[in-house]
Write a protein that binds this ligand. Structure first.
Ligand SMILES: Nc1ncnc2c1ncn2[C@@H]1O[C@H](COP(=O)(O)OP(=O)(O)O)[C@@H](O)[C@H]1O
Ligand SMILES: [Mg+2]
Length: 448
């Protein structure tokens, strides 16, 4: 008979014993998160016959290093590893499947599947969309003999694309809609709780001590406020998203386009007589050739809508080697007329987007997005600060940048070119202060 002897520290024991629907663990480096997650999954597999477990990290490389290799070593003689399915099969019918969600949509492969337990390692590297999709797969799989209430386990450090949702649910404990406080438990652990590191690798603590102040506060002491979260903290669905209404025919309309074969993001804008800008439609589709994108944009625009112009990323005017024609020429030939080169000063452009998002004197913002523009609404709050260039947005994960870029092109098209270059406040009817964001830029974290 094989035996696994483990000795969890106090915090890890609390993690093992938690019976909450969602239990999170960690909050800082070296607190024994990955160890706790691995062991919890193994304990569940061994103790609950036929249980289906999914253990996830964001990328395959991380998954292999952090879990597949250590689990192979630990489970020799206990469970059989099948590389093609990336899963461990136990004699009692239990299964630990290991997976990763590199791109936003990779999570969809788990749709329709059922796992009694899901473990998300480094949960702040996952988007809220991914977390939500996974909660839908967290249900009885039908292969267990005894009843078992589905549960999810998460580990995390501050920072990353999922910083905000994780902090809201587990740190700030602010709940919306059907979310119930009693379903969320957070066991904080620091490197000081990890006796193994304190005894075997005390220099690691010195390494954490030597980090720059803010990063040290997050990584050593688990301070969730020392990391910059969203690039647009001012974005708020309650303020910036509205129920669609019929736009009067005399309002000015235009479009903004960020074209790429990986993603075509096109937004339709309308301006009210008071100068409020409404984004009322979006096209968001991958794999479209230039002519196909042009056709789709035209097809999505009813004939009676008069569109003044379509601003598009300036690289669309570069000549293509294959045809000698520019993307703009190909799109125009496909019927998308009125194309205009967008101003592409990124930092100034983001500043203008930020101004549009701020509350005006009348308590309303200058930008409103119609519910239904799902990708713009999803991606705007996910944007993060670039770790190198102050005031620019990070271009990773790349998928989330397309809709905000189109928004930037669109709003920049309302600013006269000279104004944009001089970095002056907006020519919108309200006065803006043109302030910089108050918080320090977010810096990305490399996992321990
Ligand atoms: N209870 C424990 N018993 C033995 N080793 C542990 C225990 N907890 C953590 N470790 C070891 O401490 C080190 C750091 O733990 P890890 O789980 O990788 O931390 P984190 O994921 O929080 O950065 C690893 O070598 C891990 O195997
Ligand atoms: Mg880890």
């Amino acid at each position: 008979m094989s035996e696994i002897l483990i000795c969890p520290n106090e915090k890890q024991r609390l993690f093992f014993e938690s019976s909450a629907r969602y239990t999170a663990y960690g909050g800082a480096r070296g607190g024994g998160k990955s160890w706790a997650m691995r062991m919890k999954m193994v304990l569940l597999a061994v103790n609950y016959e036929g249980i289906n477990i999914l253990l996830l990290r964001r990328t395959l490389g991380e998954l292999r290093e952090n879990h597949i290799l250590p689990l192979q070593k630990l489970l020799t003689g206990i469970a059989e590893y099948r590389e093609s399915q990336k899963e461990f099969r136990f004699g009692n019918g239990s299964r630990i499947k290991l997976g990763y969600c590199d791109g936003e949509s990779d999570v969809l492969q788990y749709q329709g599947q059922s796992y009694e337990v899901i473990g998300m390692e480094e949960a702040t590297h996952f988007t809220y969309f991914q977390f939500q999709c996974l909660t839908e797969c967290n249900r009885a799989s039908g292969s267990m003999k005894k009843p078992f209430t589905p549960r999810m386990f998460l580990t995390a450090n501050p920072g990353g694309v999922g910083h905000d949702w994780f902090k809201r649910l587990f740190v700030d404990r602010q709940y919306r809609g059907n979310e119930k406080a009693e379903n969320y438990a957070f066991i904080r652990s620091l490197v000081f709780d990890n006796a193994y590191i304190m005894e075997n690798n005390p220099e690691y603590v010195e390494t954490l001590m030597a980090l720059p102040e803010k990063r040290r506060a997050a990584m050593l002491y688990g301070d969730w406020n020392s990391f910059e979260g969203a690039f647009f903290p001012e974005f708020c669905e309650e303020v910036h998203v509205c129920v669609p209404f019929e736009i009067p025919p005399d309002w000015q309309r235009f479009r903004a386009l960020d074209y790429g074969l990986d993603m075509t993001a096109c937004l339709w804008f309308a301006i009210s007589p008071e100068g409020r800008v409404y984004v009322y439609r979006e096209l968001y589709e991958s794999g479209l050739l230039l002519s196909e994108a042009a056709a789709k944009i035209r097809a999505a625009t009813p004939r009676q809508e008069s569109i003044r112009y379509t601003v598009a990323s300036p690289d669309l005017w570069n000549r293509r080697q294959e045809s000698g024609k520019s993307g703009a020429e190909i799109m125009t030939a496909a019927g998308l007329t009125g194309l205009k080169k967008a101003q592409n000063e990124r930092i100034n452009g983001w500043r203008i987007v930020r101004e549009y998002l701020k509350d005006g004197e009348d308590g309303k913002s200058a930008l409103c997005i119609f519910r239904g523009c799902d990708n713009l609404i999803r991606c705007l709050p996910l944007l993060r600060f670039d770790s190198n260039v102050r005031e620019d947005a990070a271009d990773t994960p790349h998928e989330i940048t397309h809709a905000p870029e189109a928004l930037r092109y669109g709003l920049m098209s309302r600013v006269p070119r000279s104004e944009g270059k001089k970095e002056k406040p907006l020519p919108y009817s309200r006065s803006f202060e043109g302030r910089r964001p108050e918080r320090e830029p977010y810096r990305s974290i490399i996992d321990y």
